[in-house]
Design a protein around this ligand. Structure first.
Ligand code: SAH
Length: 233
């Protein structure tokens, strides 16, 4: 998908790679897989941000996408994708479609991507962006990510892009043996930790703390006290 912003994307990839080197001692990944970097070079991030943010689209920063939500920083998108070790045949679940950008990155790596978004308006907008760009194979659903997507499980990789206070049980269940889950865990208003979970052959879970992060909260749709996001719907 070469376009007039290809050079900006290349610079963004350089910045992401530099940050990977700088954080490698914590993350364990000082060099990201070339396939992950290639995905960042291909996906037009400017198509996923509001008009007012188009000029900022290739900064290595999180940006507002409306409804108090954000599109994650490119480095974080790359890191989560890297940690999920997505292979071509993998079945991949994303929780928190948001703009659809992370889903597009995943679709560059696998033909079997599922993504769930709680807020109907964001979900619909992401669906139309992804369709316009030709990412037709991504399965999208409006719903509660705490439930996962049981009909499509088990998943080889699960990427959660909103922060739950603890790891949702349904998502652990829907992880395949050998499957990886990357999830920012922490109570709202506190520091969160990006965790990498791997399901072992005996069903147990091995967990590693990767790096401190700041994500929007993963909302429980039935919790009225929790968020302004639900009230807006
Ligand atoms: N991955 C997105 C960024 C996500 S921001 C991107 O690439 O743009 C986090 C998203 O998670 C928001 O859109 C928010 O509405 C959504 N979210 C919050 N709680 C959720 C839940 N319980 N189930 C599904 N999505 C949820």
């Amino acid at each position: 998908m070469a376009d007039e912003r290809q050079a900006e994307r290349e610079r963004m990839v350089d910045e992401v790679s530099a940050q990977a080197r700088d954080t490698g001692v914590y993350t364990g990944r000082s060099r990201f897989d070339e396939r992950v970097l290639e995905a960042l070079r291909r996906v037009p991030r400017h198509a996923f941000v509001p008009t007012a943010q188009k000029s900022n689209a290739y900064l290595n920063r999180a940006l507002p996408i409306g409804h108090d939500q954000t599109i994650s920083q490119p480095f974080i998108v790359a890191l989560m994708t890297e940690l999920a070790s997505v292979e071509a045949g993998d079945r991949v679940l994303e929780v928190g479609t948001g703009s659809g950008y992370q889903a597009a990155i995943l679709a560059e790596l696998s033909d079997s991507v599922y993504s769930i978004e709680l807020l109907p308006e964001l979900g619909r907008r992401a669906a139309s962006t992804l369709t316009e760009l030709g990412y037709d194979a991504i399965e999208l659903r409006i719903g509660d990510g705490y439930q996962g997507w049981p009909q499509a499980a088990p998943f080889d990789a699960i990427i959660v892009t909103a922060a739950p206070p603890e790891i949702p049980e349904a998502l652990i269940e829907q992880l395949a043996v050998g499957g990886r889950m990357v999830v920012p865990v922490g109570e709202q208003g506190t520091a969160q930790t990006l965790q990498l979970l791997v399901k072992q052959a005996d069903g147990s879970i091995e967990t590693r703390d990767v790096i401190p992060v700041g994500f929007v909260p993963m909302v429980r749709p039935d919790d009225q006290s929790d968020t302004s996001a639900n009230e807006r719907e």
